[in-house]
Write a protein that binds this ligand. Sequence first.
Ligand SMILES: NC(=O)c1ccc[n+]([C@@H]2O[C@H](COP(=O)([O-])OP(=O)(O)OC[C@H]3O[C@@H](n4cnc5c(N)ncnc54)[C@H](O)[C@@H]3O)[C@@H](O)[C@H]2O)c1
Length: 305
Amino acid sequence: MKKENEIRFDDQVVIVTGAGAGLGRAYALLFAERGARVVVNDLGGNVHGQGGSTNSADQVVSEINAAGGIAVASYDSVVTPEGGVSIIDTAVQHYGRVDVLIHNAGILRDKSFLKLEEDDVRDVMDVHLNAAFWVCQPAFELMKQQNFGRIAFTTSASGLFGNFGQANYGAAKTGLIGLMRVLSIEGARYDIKVNCVAPSARTRMTEDLLGPLTERLDPRHVAPLIAYLCSRQCEFSSEIFSAGGGRFARVFLGLGPGWYSGGEIVEPETVAEHIDSIRNVDNYIIPKTGNEELEILLSTLGIKP
Ligand SMILES: NC(=O)c1ccc[n+]([C@@H]2O[C@H](COP(=O)([O-])OP(=O)(O)OC[C@H]3O[C@@H](n4cnc5c(N)ncnc54)[C@H](O)[C@@H]3O)[C@@H](O)[C@H]2O)c1
């Protein structure tokens, strides 16, 4: 029996990149269980982004089908514009539309900053950040035409808060926040909402890193938040959440009240004198857009917008 307020995706088409394993698999299974037709995209390479195989995407499609759900595999890499178009085309050719896009595909090339080589930077940027452009552009076009869309990006505590040995990965993951902000503004009038999730889960990416947390961090703990954020019920955009092990929390960028010089161009020593007030984050504000931040500045300066 259907529950009241049940979150369903019955007439919707959902694309999950990197859905052949780990978190993406958990997302794909939940969406399918909730009635979505799902494109299970996965290149099937190793955790460092080498190699490829159709097995992982096929296996998740089989699992979905065995449970009575509807899914199709896509083996394209997300790292090129052609790959992005092909992934979206798979959805359109099989199911006629795209309602939800989750960009989750990811690789790791962890090294301390000075040891990073060009490939380590380029490949990680390509899969996490540049790929978001390649999969989102064709999807955004369709979402705009149909006046509806939900997009979720996978960010990381590594980018939001920092982690040793992950300069490439952290920078790519935080780049997604900037993309989310702008797409949220550009998509607002078409009911396209874009949010980010920083997960913590036991997958092949993290299995050696979690220690005592390993048992507690089933990827299925993250999937319900992704499903909510991508549902019709979700009415906000441009927000960031941390999720793992059953704990869900918002992460935000705030603006402190600041210190105002009164309009004078000050000396560095004056900054030093007021540094505690400048750094103070009591009574912070969370601006929704860059313009809102500008309005706050104008108001401090006593200028009417
Ligand atoms: N597991 C965590 O705790 C954690 C923490 C923070 C962020 N993340 C992010 O969550 C996402 C999922 O990671 P996971 O932990 O499930 O790891 P995972 O390695 O199990 O899953 C990543 C999937 O992406 C696929 N993939 C890689 N490159 C691809 C490409 N070019 N095209 C298509 N698919 C590709 C892989 O084949 C793999 O199946 C990643 O973006 C990762 O950075 C995970």
